[in-house]
Design a protein around this ligand. Sequence first.
Ligand code: SAM
Ligand code: DTB
Ligand code: SF4
Length: 336
Amino acid sequence: MTVTSAQSIPVAVPASWLKTGKPAAWSLDEIETLFDLSFSDLIFRAQMLHREYHDPNRVQLSTLLSIKTGGCSEDCGYCPQAARYHTGVDNEPMMEIAAVVSAAKLAKENGASRFCMGAAWRGPKQRDLDPVLEMVREVKALGLETCCTLGMLKEGQAEQLKSAGLDYYNHNLDTAPEVYGDIVTTREYQDRLDTLERVRGAGMNVCCGGIVGMGESRRERAGLIAQLANLDPHPESVPINYLVQVEGTPLHEKLHGEKALDWTEFVRTIAVARITMPASFVRLSAGRQEMNEATQAMCFLAGANSIFYGEKLLTTGNPDVARDRALFEKLGIAPL
Ligand code: SAM
Ligand code: DTB
Ligand code: SF4
């Protein structure tokens, strides 16, 4: 591994951005150079920027709920919800609106500030979107921020979600364009960018990130961050997921359940996201259950300031609320 001196990159954020507020253009090489910094230099840089833009002792809490689980038509090599893989996840009907609202109330009582509703769809059909719009209205009325992740949006759907009170739409780029085709075969990278544009066009906040630990190289991780950091404006929320390897998925098969990424490399990814998108919320997302407390603490130090909070992600586990509270207490972190 080449270790680059911190001095060799003149400024963390190009001065042009500080002057104009416009995201700086980051080349793939520049981003890879950040990854190549010594761990200590990289974390120091990320922490400095983190403190410039955010309160370092506050972390935003989002609770996820799968409102429509399993039976998905798509071919995403990491996902337990694709109908074509045998993962033990059943095709369930959409949840009742009242049950979703109850879950949101509980999330609020537990201290979450945002509630994210996910559906295992290629994209929503109009008859599916109608009940979701009602869920958004009712969750919003509880005083929570609302987020949905429903797949690709067609013309006009983002506007309907915005009118119902949707604050954020999550749609991930997942990985670098060069390796994307090895992971997802049923939609193009450009389809994802088109949905992100629709979300922006409707005036909603963008939540967009990806997954690491899928067997990609460092340059490919840099490639994902380059795509995210060159979105203009930056996504307000950037979830960095550590692949949860689920038996029956092609990626589990390929990686044999063995960790494809050292913890330092995951922390580096968080740090590089923080440096290149300093004003965004960087979310330490899937994979926390498989992470020890020290690694999570390093992620917060590297600039993560958001987590998924609650016992479940969509179909897989997440740390208990009590465990997260205890960790926050130890680290002196308060929820936002
Ligand atoms: N079906 C919609 C779609 O794909 O756009 C929304 C839900 S989908 C589950 C949302 C995101 O979850 C995916 O884009 C992917 O980034 C992430 N995800 C899915 N399975 C994962 C896994 N096993 N580990 C980590 N992240 C995962
Ligand atoms: C995101 O970036 N990660 C979340 C959310 N957006 C929808 C999903 C993680 C899913 C992990 C696997 C599962 O629980 O099914
Ligand atoms: Fe379906 Fe989304 Fe899973 Fe892909 S990631 S298989 S679209 S639920």
